[in-house]
Design a protein around this ligand. Structure first.
Ligand code: IMP
Ligand code: MG
Length: 173
């Protein structure tokens, strides 16, 4: 059977919310250089749209994380499979993520980056599956709080498919 894709956040809603998030980030950092750390791969479209709305000097780097566990849950055993190339010591750093689910991946990343002594470390995520959280992680900028279903599109994948869809959809398998 073909999976059903139910649109839940349209491309227009995403762009409108991005303008609000960027305005907030522009106010908070006002003229201070910022290193944006994108978490691959799901974040690539969100990050590309967001940084074009930022007014301070921005540098971009990426990490890729692998988390062990069943395919749809992370176990908390995480490792960095692609590390940063920029030095973040004494810099303002903003982690940009596509979706926060249990929070375990982000918790691990925050701990690893904090060890490098950035000047500040904050988090911006496009979507927040709040009710699935199993550990407490601070989120500074949140695009949308979303329901617990599996989301695809606008960079988000299911087994590497559907990243190219312009709207965020719920996948009904
Ligand atoms: P966490 O460690 O449970 O918070 O998992 C976060 C990661 O799992 C995200 O960065 C995504 O890569 C992936 N993920 C969690 N939920 C979804 C979803 O609904 N769609 C696509 N990827 C997801
Ligand atoms: Mg991710």
């Amino acid at each position: 059977m073909q999976p059903v894709l139910k649109p839940i956040i349209s491309r227009d809603q995403i762009q409108a919310r991005l303008r609000e998030l960027a305005a907030q980030i522009n106010r908070d950092y006002a003229g201070q250089p910022l290193i944006i750390v994108g978490v691959l791969k799901g974040v690539f479209i969100f990050l590309a749209d967001l940084i074009r709305l930022l007014e301070m000097p921005v540098r971009v780097d990426f990490v890729r994380l692998h988390s062990y566990g069943a395919s749809d849950t992370s176990s908390g055993q995480v490792k960095i499979t692609k590390d940063l190339e920029l030095d973040i010591t004494d810099r303002h750093v903003l982690i940009v993520e596509d979706i926060i689910d249990s929070g375990l991946t982000l918790k691990y990343l925050l701990e690893r980056l904090q060890e490098r002594r950035p000047k500040s470390l904050k988090v911006c995520c496009l979507t927040d599956k709040q009710e699935r959280r199993t550990c407490s992680v601070p989120l500074d900028y949140v695009g949308f709080v979303v329901p617990r279903g599996f989301l695809v599109g606008y960079g988000l994948d299911y087994a590497e498919d559907y990243r190219q869809f312009p709207d965020i959809c719920e996948l009904e398998l």
